[in-house]
Design a protein around this ligand. Sequence first.
Ligand code: HEM
Length: 411
Amino acid sequence: MDVTDETGIFNPLAPGYTEDPYSHFAIVRSSAPVQQTLVGPWALFSYDDVFALLRDPELSVDDANSTPDGDDDRQAKFEELLAEFEVDARGDSSILNTDPPDHTRLRKLVSKAFTPRVIESLRDRIQSLVDEALDPMNDSGHGDVVDELAFALPFDVISEMLGMPPGDTLALRGWSEAMVKTLDPIISDDEFREAFVSARKMDAHIEQVIEWKRANPGDDLLTGLIEAEDDGDRLSSIELRDQVTLLFIAGHETTVNLIGTGIFELQRNPEQLATLRDDPSLTQDAIDELLRFIAPVQFSRRIATKDVTYRGLVIPKGSFIFACLASANRDPDHFGETADQLILDRPNASQHVSFGSGSHYCLGSSLAKLEAEIAIGTFISRFPDAVIEGEPHWNGRMNLRGLKSLPMKVR
Ligand code: HEM
């Protein structure tokens, strides 16, 4: 099947999907907006359904509540690997994968570090990191925008916020890349195994970092979370490790796509780029429209703890349900006939679901927007005549979709 197939069966392995999943979503949305995918989990593609699913407080995010129907039994694969590697681990106890009452308790602890005041206080530091990242490009006249800016900035910001020790960036990047594959709607057995092994390495690494931080406390997020752990009944040591891992990975594997693909999409829409260059006061609105247009996280998910009905189809209790945020953001029933166009001053752009919705709404949304505002705004003002030079490459991910490289000539 290719992306022009009119059957409406969701198939992220279809030729052309990596470069342009949106034409595929358009067909799926109009012919089968609620469907059980070929591998088992269900998926929703319209704005109204996605929004309702994300906000349903009775649904779960804990994989242990799923009773898979189809080939994609991730819980069984996980348990097989635990036995094979003789590891005794429960699933991930990060807030992204935890239901109330644990979710409520943990989110309250972690959110202290993400208040608007804390985030705004990072503005000057983020500006310096952006300036430093762009200096070598300015000197040479060329650069890879993903490597040098879009990846480097969020990675450095979350590492500094947490107070991570200087470490082996390449190894961390590799483990993190393998781990986020599990967020894709389809994953091969080999990828699942690699993600499992990488997660064990990441666990061991974060445990060492926590030990190091106990001996080297500072004015940082990790020290704050360790203090909460010392307070016993508020945060267990495994919960501490899993929150740190989530923040570290969510902190950089998502914003990279907003900044990298954001700069790319502005290049592909020169009139919009010119508007923004001429009126930088548009930047904050522009970031919301870029978030809508790009959806750096293309899918979120919930597990049905009861039978749920969407458009007359009953999704049975125990089903794993993907919410296609990227398709919801392009739904003409919500965003009108121009939904597939980038319009930086779109009045309702901020209604996008790129940060999810409901109780799991992205905790780092203000941080991500601030990073993107400064990175994209500064790039455009410093390099008004930048052009793409050579071939950009996509990272090939279904969920955390973005560019792996974006070579540009900046002057
Ligand atoms: C453009 C960048 C980002 C995007 C598109 C994004 C998107 C998302 C999405 C879709 C969710 C799940 C929401 C749901 O299922 O309802 C989420 C959750 C989360 N995000 Fe982000 N995120 C971004 C950046 C960040 C950053 C920079 C951080 C932290 C430094 C962060 C931390 C988190 C955390 C902790 C959660 C879990 C919240 C919970 O389950 O209660 N994110 N994010």
